[in-house]
Ligand binder design. Structure first.
Ligand code: IPD
Ligand code: CA
Ligand code: CA
Length: 255
């Protein structure tokens, strides 16, 4: 399965890379709203990944951003897929986007891959086996104080939560080294896993955005909890992902 998921992410990345190179910036096939962008590639990549999984594992369940829950006859296995995480970046020729694929077995995250084709990076996590980027082990940072914290964030699935989001920024901005909104939740998790960011905070994030990223952070030695301190589950969640050392300081400043 690890070989399958890595090959699938790689192959999909190559297709997406070609699509990116063909497309001019801002040339959008479909547009819903600036923050709920849908591209033609979201659909085609979604279908490609579903078909590949179904060919290999016909009984497995698949949950994707574009297709929702695809019928399964074996509820033990659930693939969670975001065909393009960072569609707005993709559409504006910002290379910070990724394909996110995770596998849950009996409700537990077992495998996660975040493939960033333009960055030439594949992040992989396997439960109990650590996390890697392009085959090299990665670890969370050792930053221990808020003052030294490089925090990444995104607006998650919030619609009417602008007030909450601005409160979040206000609660942290003066306390940390800096805050970035990078535009891909999956890669923001991968950044924490690789020690390139110290923490990631988001609200109402959907499972396809972060399923692979949550395992990456955990396997790289970090901590992931909801705002109430609970473990992540594959539903919309408010999340703090950090190197672990910062988890309680970040939680304490939430509201
Ligand atoms: C989005 C990105 C973005 C986050 C949004 C997501 P999409 O995913 O991860 O960073 O703020 O909540 O929906 O729409 O590009 O797949
Ligand atoms: Ca997404
Ligand atoms: Ca998406």
């Amino acid at each position: 399965m690890i070989e399958f998921i890595q090959a699938l992410a790689h192959d999909t990345g190559q297709i997406l890379l070609k699509a990116y190179q063909k497309q001019s910036a801002g040339n959008l096939a479909l547009r819903q709203s600036p923050k709920q962008l849908k591209l033609a590639e979201d659909k085609t990549i979604d279908q490609y990944i579903i078909q590949r999984i179904q060919q290999q594992f016909p009984s497995h369940g698949i949950l994707t951003e574009e297709s929702g829950l695809v019928h399964s006859s074996d509820s033990k296995y659930l693939w969670i897929v975001d065909p393009i995480d960072g569609s707005v970046n993709f559409s504006t020729h910002n290379p910070f986007f990724a394909i996110s694929i995770a596998l849950l077995i009996d409700g537990q995250l077992e495998l996660g891959v975040v493939e960033a084709p333009l960055l030439g990076e594949q992040f992989v996590a396997q439960r109990g086996c650590g996390a890697t980027v392009n085959g090299q082990p990665i670890h969370v940072s050792t930053t221990a104080t808020l003052a030294d914290t490089y925090l990444v964030t995104c607006d998650g699935g919030m619609t009417d939560r602008t007030q909450v989001f601005s409160t979040l920024i206000r609660n942290y901005y003066d306390q940390v080294k800096d805050i970035r909104k990078l535009g891909s939740a999956a890669l923001e998790c991968a950044w924490v896993a690789a020690g390139r960011a110290d923490a990631y905070i988001t609200m109402a994030i959907d499972p396809w955005d972060v399923a692979a990223g949550v395992l990456l952070v955990q396997e790289a030695g970090g901590t992931v909890t909801t705002f109430t301190g609970a473990a992540w589950t594959p539903v919309q969640s408010d999340l703090i992902c950090s190197n672990g050392l910062l988890q309680s300081a970040l939680s304490a400043r939430l509201w």
